[in-house]
Design a protein around this ligand. Structure first.
Ligand code: PAF
Length: 291
């Protein structure tokens, strides 16, 4: 059996979620190095309740082999970064994906024995320079394989709210459904999540997107509960003051994750002969760069 100290992790994407997950790996006793174009170490401070709680220094590994990969990049950055990393990936590399959206690995020629796990989290954090402010440590559903690999056994004890799911697809689609409603609308209407609950045109738009999801998903996912309006309204309420990640990217002029959220949904639906006009509408509007 592997002990944590002999299982070397590499982190790709030292943003909010990547930093929080790296800290949990370190607490579980794993060595963690970063993969980054710059050579100098990555320094981060984790802050909870505005109190600096923990400092992390991740050395950058410029050329070593990669056996355990924590993938926490944004959707659009994923393929170019992984393509560049392919020569370093072990044939049986284990990739733990902690990302918004779906389909980021679909066009990457991963090694034949690659194993993929997905982590779907409701944790929340935001970053200000090198400080990651952790605002919520809720739950993370992890899975996509029949059982937890031996090498990961120390991890659940150090990851608050960890829940193992051999079948991770329902959790992935639940998260994608919420993101496919809240994220484009907050970017389009330039508002905070809670402002979608206006009892007017924004909430009607929300219900329209949610209704298309509930009509389409049962065509390829069994037991979809068909409650997307309620799910999205609840999350908008719980995160009322937040700026969604897509609104933040849009305002900053960065490429958004829409192609891996609404785009992925529209492509799945069209493979089943289903058109999603409201999703296509937001996709077209937000695929153009804002600046
Ligand atoms: O992407 C995001 O910003 C978040 O997943 C969510 C739930 C929409 C809250 O802001």
């Amino acid at each position: 059996m592997n002990t944590a100290a002999s299982v070397h992790w590499h982190l790709l994407g030292a943003g909010n979620m990547g930093t929080l997950a790296a800290s949990r790996l370190l607490h579980a006793g794993y060595p963690v190095q970063a993969l980054h174009p710059q050579a100098r170490p990555i320094d981060r401070t984790l802050s909870r309740n505005d109190q600096p709680m923990e400092s992390l220094r991740l050395a950058v590994d410029p050329d070593g082999p990669v056996q355990y990969l924590l993938l926490a990049l944004k959707g659009p950055q994923t393929r170019p970064a992984l393509d560049a990393l392919l020569p370093r990936l072990a044939n049986d590399v284990l990739i733990l994906c902690l990302q918004n959206g779906m389909g980021m690995l679909d066009d990457v020629a991963l090694p034949g024995g690659a194993r993929i796990l997905h982590a779907i989290t409701t944790d929340g954090a935001w970053r200000d320079g090198n400080t990651v402010h952790v605002v919520a440590e809720n739950s993370t559903e992890v899975g996509g394989m029949n059982s937890l690999p031996d090498a990961l056994e120390p991890l659940p004890a150090c990851w608050p709210g960890w829940q193992w799911r051999a079948d991770i697809a329902p959790a992935q689609w639940r998260k994608l459904a919420i993101n496919a409603v809240i994220n484009p609308l907050t970017a389009l209407y330039d508002c905070r999540n809670g402002d979608l609950l206006d009892q007017g045109p924004r909430q009607a738009h929300l219900a329209k997107l949610a209704g298309e999801i509930d009509a389409a998903l049962p065509h390829w996912l069994e037991h979809w509960p068909g409650n997307t309006t309620q799910l999205a309204e609840t999350v908008a309420q719980q995160t009322a003051g937040n700026t969604s990640s897509m609104r933040a990217d849009w305002l900053a002029g960065r490429e958004t994750e829409i192609d891996f959220i609404n785009g992925y949904l529209v492509r799945c639906a069209s493979r089943h002969g289903i058109e999603l006009p409201a999703h296509r509408g937001v996709l077209e509007k937000l695929s153009r760069r804002p600046h």
